[in-house]
Ligand binder design. Structure first.
Ligand SMILES: [Fe+2]
Length: 163
């Protein structure tokens, strides 16, 4: 069943579409179709991922870390629990991307890191969509959601070009 996403969270969900494509594309078991759109060599693929993270995903993480924390913490035990997991995963993803920046890594190690990052990022995005955002929509009232949406738009404006 497709998830009905509140307007306030829709820009973050659009970023998630991009993140999922990347996350699935770098996994070792990815389909040739997804891999075809990405650099072939492990080092080139790692550099692509590092750039994509810096330009697209890090601003998204920052918006979530700053805006969501302020809006949701302390309102609901389940929501707080999911949010703590999400925060930890943001740290793990950033750490894996930082490890990928080590240019002395052998190709096999780069591929292993990319696979780990891809799996983590895919599971992370799905958790945000299925658990975090769903619970946010259940717990926050309309005015709070509207304020959250406005604050997200101010801190993380939609990109001029489609991702
Ligand atoms: Fe996210």
């Amino acid at each position: 069943m497709p998830i009905r996403r509140h307007d306030a969270l829709r820009p973050l969900s659009r970023d998630h579409h991009f993140a999922l494509q990347l996350a699935r594309g770098v996994q070792s078991t990815t389909s040739p179709t997804l891999r075809a759109q990405l650099p072939k060599e492990p080092r080139a693929l790692a550099d692509h991922v590092i750039r994509a993270f810096r330009d697209e995903l890090e601003p998204h993480f920052v918006a979530e870390d700053e805006v969501l924390t302020a809006a949701i913490l302390g309102k609901d035990a389940e929501l707080d629990g999911v949010w703590r997991e999400i925060e930890r995963e943001h740290v793990e993803v950033r750490d894996l991307v930082a490890q990928l920046g080590d240019r002395s890594l052998e190709d096999a190690r780069v591929e292993a890191l990319l696979d780990r990052l891809g799996r983590l990022l895919e599971a992370h995005v799905r958790k945000e969509e299925r658990s975090l955002f769903e619970r946010i929509q259940e717990v926050l009232d309309e005015p709070t959601l509207a304020r959250l949406g406005a604050e997200l738009e101010r801190r993380h404006p939609p990109r001029a070009t489609a991702l």
